[in-house]
Ligand binder design. Structure first.
Ligand SMILES: [Zn+2]
Length: 186
């Protein structure tokens, strides 16, 4: 983990915010106001180790998490399922289409349902796209795809990165702004 704060994705708990702190002497779990699990760990804890802590503390964590209304939970699960189905039939193909069009090569497309990010691009060239993209206008969806594709060449938000995004989506600034009106959470 190169950064002070990092979000890891867990199959059971969803997004987990990992905060590294020089003051932390052990691992502490908490739940933030949005219901997201947070975990504070000593500085220099690797992401691998953080995941291990998570795995070995599942029972403790389950007790900390708020109990959800079962009917609300069912409705959400259902909505998520529908979105996932739509996303599966659309996003990988749309990504492939733009990659081919502009000559990018990525290793694979992963669909996520993280609550805070629309997409990401990892150093092993995996592009992750949030299934919540199926809820936003197509032009914004395309913007996210073009944004992540540009990260294949620039793993930062440098001027060169934005110039590349702008080449493929001249209205990217407006799209970035508009996207903030939507939440990626399902
Ligand atoms: Zn980015």
């Amino acid at each position: 983990m190169g950064r002070f704060k990092v979000i890891i994705q867990d199959d059971e708990f969803g997004e987990v915010m990992v905060r590294r702190s020089a003051l932390a002497r052990g691992v502490k779990f908490s739940v933030d106001t949005s219901g997201r699990l947070a975990m504070s760990v000593p500085a220099h804890t690797s992401e691998f180790l953080a995941r291990r802590f998570l795995k070995s503390n599942r029972d403790v964590i389950r007790e900390k998490l708020p109990v959800r209304d079962p009917s609300e939970q069912r409705a959400r699960d259902y909505q998520k399922k529908i979105l996932m189905k739509k996303a599966r039939e659309y996003l990988p193909y749309r990504l492939e289409y733009y990659a081919k069009l502009y000559g990018y090569s990525y290793s694979r497309c992963r669909l996520t349902h993280a609550n805070t990010r629309w997409g990401s691009c990892s150093s092993n060239r995996t592009i992750s796209l949030n299934i919540g993209l199926m809820k936003v206008p197509e032009v914004l969806r395309d913007y996210v795809i073009l944004h992540e594709l540009a990260h294949l060449n620039h793993m930062d938000h440098s001027k060169a990165f934005w110039a590349e995004v702008g080449e493929h989506d001249p209205r990217y600034k407006a799209h970035e702004k508009k996207l903030k009106m939507f939440s990626p959470g399902v």
